[in-house]
Design a protein around this ligand. Structure first.
Ligand code: CP
Length: 313
């Protein structure tokens, strides 16, 4: 059975729902989708329900669907949906599933995607649920890392910034457990990893260094920087205390050597100095572009079972 079959008709809720074979199957299929692969999804409709702001996730999913010949319905602002009249998420899903073949959901509530996937009869793709998970960001992160370093095993990946509230960190760290990767975590003490995730990584012996400063990080192959998730702080006073708590400048990045790959899920605010953008290893805009490629592969595999030519489900 082709690895592509692991995604057919399947919801994408959490990175740890996927086996190593699933992940490698998607990564192997994705290069085929970098170019024009024809209208494979003609007649299919994707629903995009965004209860939180987004640029990359929503637009790259929509672009992927259009480029595959499919159509998109949805909203980018829940205030313009019947959510504003008090409709529950479950009722919204029960209605929208009859309008489309798959749903991409972004929601501030942790567990919203799981609830939606359990309610819907069409696949639900988690476009980010609160501080919890952002699995399709992880897929494109893995794609970017593997494309730039030509491997996933044997890497030392440093996570820098908001480790507590960043769903992209939580998803990627879990997915990297499938590979022989050492993980180092650098950020303000108030923004350390959630204890449960930290315990899981420690149990697997994957934590390298935990520190407040990048000086302690050692030799890194990849540095994954995140924005402080201002919108997640229960107490705005805590955000004020850490809002300028870290920043990657060019001199610091260069200390890791020319082979360092710098990733960031974006949006960036102040945590990466624009001077860093000119470094050859600054991959965050390429990473965002890879979002269309990987989401084309994912949508094709979920909606038709087809990966590259010859993998027909
Ligand atoms: N990386 C990411 O999720 O970006 P958006 O919030 O713009 O979708």
């Amino acid at each position: 059975m082709s690895p592509a079959h692991g995604f057919r008709g399947r919801s994408v809720v959490s990175a740890d729902d996927f086996s190593k074979e699933d992940l490698v199957g998607l990564l192997d299929a994705s290069p085929f989708f970098e170019g024009d692969v024809g209208p494979r999804l003609r007649g299919k409709v994707l629903g995009t329900l965004f209860f939180e702001p987004s640029t990359r996730t929503r637009l790259s999913f929509e672009s992927a669907m259009h480029r595959l010949g499919g159509a998109v319905v949805g909203f980018a602002d829940a205030k313009m949906s019947s959510h504003a009249k008090g409709e529950s998420l479950a009722d919204t899903i029960r209605v929208v599933e009859s309008y489309c073949d798959a749903i991409v959901l972004r929601h501030p509530m942790e567990g919203a995607a799981r609830l939606a996937a359990e309610t819907a009869h069409v696949p639900v793709i988690n476009g980010g649920d609160g501080s919890n998970q952002h699995p399709t960001q992880t897929f494109l992160d893995l794609y970017t890392i593997r494309k730039s370093t030509r491997r996933l095993d044997g890497l030392h990946v440093g996570f820098f910034g908001d480790l507590r509230y960043s769903r992209t960190v939580h998803s990627l760290a879990k997915a990297l457990l499938h590979f022989d990767v050492k993980m180092t975590f650098v950020g303000p003490p108030m923004l350390r990893l959630p204890e449960e995730l930290r315990a899981t990584l420690a149990e697997h012996g994957r934590i390298g260094v935990e520190a407040e400063s990048l000086e302690a990080a050692g030799d890194l192959d990849v540095l994954y920087v995140t924005r402080i998730q201002k919108e997640r702080f229960p107490d705005p006073a805590d955000y004020e205390k850490v809002k300028h708590g870290y920043r990657l400048d060019r001199a610091t990045a260069e200390r890791f050597g020319p082979d360092l790959k710098i990733l960031h899920p974006l949006p960036r605010v102040t945590e990466v100095d624009p001077d860093v953008d000119a470094l050859p290893g600054a991959l965050y805009f390429e990473q965002a572009k890879n979002g269309v490629t990987v989401r084309k592969a994912l949508l094709s595999m979920i909606l038709t079972g087809d990966g590259p030519e010859g993998w027909h489900g």
